[in-house]
Design a protein around this ligand. Structure first.
Ligand SMILES: Cc1cc2nc3c(=O)[nH]c(=O)nc-3n(C[C@H](O)[C@H](O)[C@H](O)COP(=O)(O)OP(=O)(O)OC[C@H]3O[C@@H](n4cnc5c(N)ncnc54)[C@H](O)[C@@H]3O)c2cc1C
Length: 400
């Protein structure tokens, strides 16, 4: 009987652990830059992408954030997905990421009204097409919402909406491969470290890949990957559920609407999708479980939907799914850049529910950092690991 041969040892310049939308966006931007002439390897354990976050997301694209960094990241994401066909086509084959610019509508109550007005001004100042509207103006566009408890809302008039997240991820991946990136379908199970440098990753198939730089793009598993080399990263897998429902009337022009309660809903083809994140005082355990327990969730959500939009009294839930957020437990914002001690370990983690829309800007930022030594277009220094070390959260008011 012959022995099964192991893949052995190899070298690369850059190893990316995880080939979801973030890892693939980074691979795309690095290999697109003529300054990079090296070998880039992406190690992705599941090429079928059956359980990772990206295809399970709602694909939302917005600029309605409260920090300058996140707004600028959102603006670049908007421009990139608008032109994804051009950026990501391979030999004339253009991807369809289906950017639907129906807008995001953040509904205000008396408590949140002033904040939303202030944020809309800031977002507009940076170039976002966001406007605060009173109930009467909103009702002209969206007459079927219940405005009784509302005090207006902010609407993205253009540049906000949603994409097909799976299509975006695959488009990044295909383009990166066409530019020379190598994807390996194995799981990283070990990371060899000597003092303040990483030497190599090892995989479940016995492969060892040594490299100059290692990038953690392992999504909800990023904390576990960092632990392989004794680095503490507060990124945890947390379950989020989405329900799909049918409604007899056609509301396909409605935006992604977010109630003051945090409940969101948006059209999806002939259907709607909806969900809600747990409040700060509700349990939100770490888990790898992505089974949805639909019935109790329907029971809880349906009255909230019907109250916000009376025609939803007659909806029929059809299906649903769950996925994992990669929650940065410090502040729910991305962690982007080098570790402060392990000098060749880079993070692109913790996007906590907004990694699809942030993937283009994060991919570009990491490529700038690696190829020029600094952020060039958007200064993401504040998103770096130092704030994790110092326990110094960034206060972003529009993330959950
Ligand atoms: C229900 C839901 C709704 C969401 N809605 C939105 C939204 O509207 N807008 C938005 O912008 N974002 C949204 N998100 C968040 C978004 O999906 C994530 O932020 C984004 O997909 C993160 O991308 P990623 O590449 O980091 O993670 P992933 O897509 O999970 O990719 C990480 C990859 O790493 C691989 N990996 C992990 N460990 C290893 C290992 N040891 N070895 C090799 N490979 C490994 C995994 O197989 C995986 O493919 C939502 C998420 C969920 C769950």
């Amino acid at each position: 009987m012959s022995a099964v041969s192991s893949p052995g040892s190899e070298t690369a310049d850059i190893v990316i652990i995880g080939g979801g939308v973030i890892g693939s966006a980074i691979a795309y931007f690095i290999t697109a830059n003529p300054a990079f002439q090296g070998r880039l390897v992406v190690i992705e354990r599941d090429p079928a992408y059956s359980s990772n976050s990206t295809p399970r997301s709602a694909g939302g694209i917005r600029q309605q954030f409260s920090t300058e960094e996140n707004i600028k990241i959102g603006l670049f994401g908007r421009d990139f997905v608008r032109n994804a066909q051009e950026h990501l086509q391979v030999e004339g084959d253009a991807p369809h990421v289906n950017f639907r610019e129906n807008g995001y509508l953040y509904l205000a109550n008396d408590r949140s009204r002033d904040t939303l007005i202030e944020l809309a001004e800031m977002q507009r100042g940076l170039g976002a097409d966001v406007q605060f509207m009173e109930n009467t103006e909103l009702a002209k566009r969206y007459p079927d919402l219940n405005y009784d408890d509302l005090a207006g809302g902010t609407l993205g008039l253009s540049g906000e909406g949603w994409v097909d997240p799976y299509a975006l991820m695959i488009a990044f991946r295909k383009k990166a491969i066409s530019q020379g990136a190598v994807y390996i379908a194995e799981s990283v199970t070990g990371i060899a470290r000597s003092g303040n440098r990483l030497d190599a990753v090892t995989t479940d198939q016995g492969r060892r890949v040594s490299a100059g730089t290692f990038i953690n793009a392992a999504g909800p598993q990023a904390g576990m990957v960092a632990a392989l080399c004794d680095v503490d990263l507060p990124v945890r897998p947390r379950k989020r559920e989405i329900l799909v429902f049918e409604c007899r009337r056609d509301f396909s022009h409605y935006p992604l609407t977010i109630s003051p309660s945090g409940l969101f809903f948006r059209p999806e083809g002939a259907h709607f999708i909806t969900g809600i994140s747990p409040k700060d005082d509700e349990p939100d355990p770490d888990t790898e479980d992505i089974e949805i327990n639909q019935a109790p969730y329907e029971e809880r959500i349906w009255p909230m939907l019907a109250e916000r939009m009376p025609p939803f009294e007659e909806i029929k839930f059809t299906t649903g799914w769950a996925g994992l957020y990669e929650v940065n437990t410090l502040d729910h914002n991305g962690i982007v850049g080098f570790h402060d001690e392990v000098e060749n370990f880079v993070f692109a983690n913790g996007f906590s529910g907004h990694g699809i829309q942030q993937s283009p800007a994060v991919g570009r930022a990491i490529s700038e950092l690696l190829l020029t030594g600094a952020f060039q277009t958007i200064d993401l220094t504040r998103l770096g690991y130092a704030r994790i070390r110092n326990g110094d959260p960034i206060k972003e008011r529009n993330v959950t």
